[in-house]
Design a binder for this molecule. Sequence first.
Ligand code: G1P
Ligand code: ZN
Length: 543
Amino acid sequence: MQRITVQTTPIEGQKPGTSGLRKKTRVFMGAHYLENFVQAIWAGIGGVAGKTLVLGGDGRYFNDRAAQVILRMAAASGAKKVIVGQNALLSTPAASNLIRIRKTGGGIIMSASHNPGGPEEDFGVKFNTPNGGPAPEDVTNRIFEATRQVTSYDIVETQDIDLSRLGAMRLAGMEIEIVDPVADYAALMETLFDFDAIRGLLASGFRLRFDAMHAVTGPYAKAILEEKLGAPAGSVVNAVPSPDFGGGHPDPNPIWAKELMDAMFAADAPDFGAASDGDGDRNMIVGRGIYVTPSDSLAVLAANAHLAPGYAAGLKGVARSMPTSRALDRVAAAKGLDCYETPTGWKFFGNLLDAGRVSLCGEESAGTGSDHVREKDGLWAVLLWLNIIAVKRQAVADMMTVHWSEFGRNYYSRHDYEGVETDKANTLVDDLRARLADLPGKVFSGLTVETADEFAYDDPVDGSRSENQGIRVAFEGGARIVYRLSGTGTVGATLRVYLEDVESDPAKMHRDAQEALSAVISAADEIGGITRFTGRSEPDVRT
Ligand code: G1P
Ligand code: ZN
């Protein structure tokens, strides 16, 4: 075993995006690519010497190889210990939990989340800080700076470490502890939810289907839903994680989780359906014959979280990312809760959670979570829903009807234009930005613009400011359009257009969302010039 220093030169484009560094797997597998980035992480966090880290990933192609490299580099740079999930697996929320309960110096999560996996697909690496959350911008900026200056990296030359055996071992003076990826996470869930009540619900004939999409939540869902809570074997489907997610796209939305949607809209549909993504932080909730949008799910959870033991004392406050629908705001107003609006990306919730200002937060992109960890958490959301249903004993469709009639309904949809040429996407945004001041008072598709601006966020906890976080156009009567470019894609640009309108008339609350939003949708094209700039007449994905 030998510690060596390898000469290298900076590689362009190693800039962490919305959630860590994501690139094509082949790019990550290129000479020095991963090593340069990991060395830059050490530099960005003030060195790894003497620290304990957590390491795990979603099991995608190259996860196992990357884990070996990261362990050898941590050992070479003097880390005290690395706690690794067995077979280098850890869901993102489970990693966040381990980072926190073991009081570590942070952790590295290997994942490209909901992006497909495989040699021709995507890979990613992300650093989480000791609070368990994604590194904030000052840290990711330092990491990026370090990638531009790296001249060498340190690594230990050794045989592969056997990560399949639980227990402790040493690597060049560094301790490695291989842990069961599920145990601590399952124990945490048991402290938050009334497992007896959920067991009772499932024993009463309530049927559930959880689709792990061949990704990391399979073992977690089997252990918790089937083994601990008594859901019949087979309730968890696509439960074995595979390096290419069974050739699928592990993104829990009605498009990519079509198999689940079909099952939930069939004649013999189960009562409750849910899915999670590649690394287990997203969730999709479906009732029999009804899809619950993530924004609505967040609002329902805010209204009912107190029914679960972990939240019985009430919520401290709530937060949502700016493009997420304002259904949450209605619940917060009714309950007298503070409601924060943050930029897209979970890292912006960290300070609010750490400061005890909020205990529930969420994003329209199928992310919901609380102060139990510092990441969004797919299975947690499923368990909270099940706990609420176990208390209310109401069908999901009935719960939604009751919720909307109490708070009003925010019709909501996101239209994604993927793989747009970067120049064209940037021109669209620049052109729109230049016209913002002229928009108020103008009418598009019968909707009058009230305000138009570009979102900037002043963090109320640390005073930091984040600019250029999406363009928002609000209309008289409550409709809204948001335009943003994705920060997680790996090819070209993805334009996201977020569409919302408010309905307070109970007679009009059961329409198809695309139909209810048709005026907002055509206004979005008129205002943004989507077809004009991108040449696209239809989005690639509507969620
Ligand atoms: C997307 C979602 C965002 C989420 C992120 C990581 O980022 O829109 O809400 O936090 O993935 O899961 P985007 O590609 O829009 O930058
Ligand atoms: Zn994810």
